[in-house]
Design a binder for this molecule. Structure first.
Ligand code: T46
Length: 141
């Protein structure tokens, strides 16, 4: 979790490319929901939350999006600038996404249905949970 993966890709420069991943094979969870974010103005920051239990794969089929992951102890930065890059984000990771290039699209495959009570949107509350060991050491970066 919390690392970049190379999304399996087939194709040629002449005919174009096709990338794919499968639940429980290429990513370590069952996919229950897909969503995507688009028409986001360059310079916008989204995210600003962590999930209690959700695991996700983020990928950017077009454009450039910078993602900062933070487990309350350290931070890491990942640039999604290729349709072949996927970023696995597990539970207990505060994430911020920055739109770098016009018309960038962020796609997400998630391990569960939408549930607002899974979100922690207050950074101090997040840090408190980290200190209390809410995720034990399951949110390593
Ligand atoms: C995440 C990052 C990567 C729904 O009603 N259903 C959904 O499936 C989703 C994802 C969102 N919403 C609602 C909840 C909010 O009222 O859409 C609104 C915008 O959501 P939010 O401000 O959380 O959007 P982002 O772009 O900051 O975060 C999203 C996901 O919500 C989040 O889980 O990890 O993308």
């Amino acid at each position: 979790m919390n690392s970049l993966i190379n999304v399996k890709t087939v194709g040629t420069v002449a005919e174009g490319f096709l990338s794919f991943f499968e639940s429980n094979k290429d990513i370590p969870f069952e996919i229950k929901r897909i969503y995507y974010t688009y028409y986001v103005p360059v310079g916008t920051k989204r995210g600003g939350h962590a999930h209690r239990e959700l695991s996700q794969l983020l990928w950017c089929p077009y454009g450039e999006i910078n993602v900062i992951l933070d487990n309350g102890k350290e931070k890491k930065e990942f640039l999604l600038d290729s349709p072949e890059k996927g970023l696995l984000v597990g539970k207990g990771i505060w994430h911020d996404m920055y739109w770098i290039k016009e018309n960038s699209v962020l796609c997400v495959a998630a391990s569960d249905y939408y549930n607002e009570s899974d979100y922690i949107r207050d950074y101090n509350k997040f840090l408190k949970l980290v200190k209390e060991g809410y995720w034990k050491d399951e949110n390593k970066l």
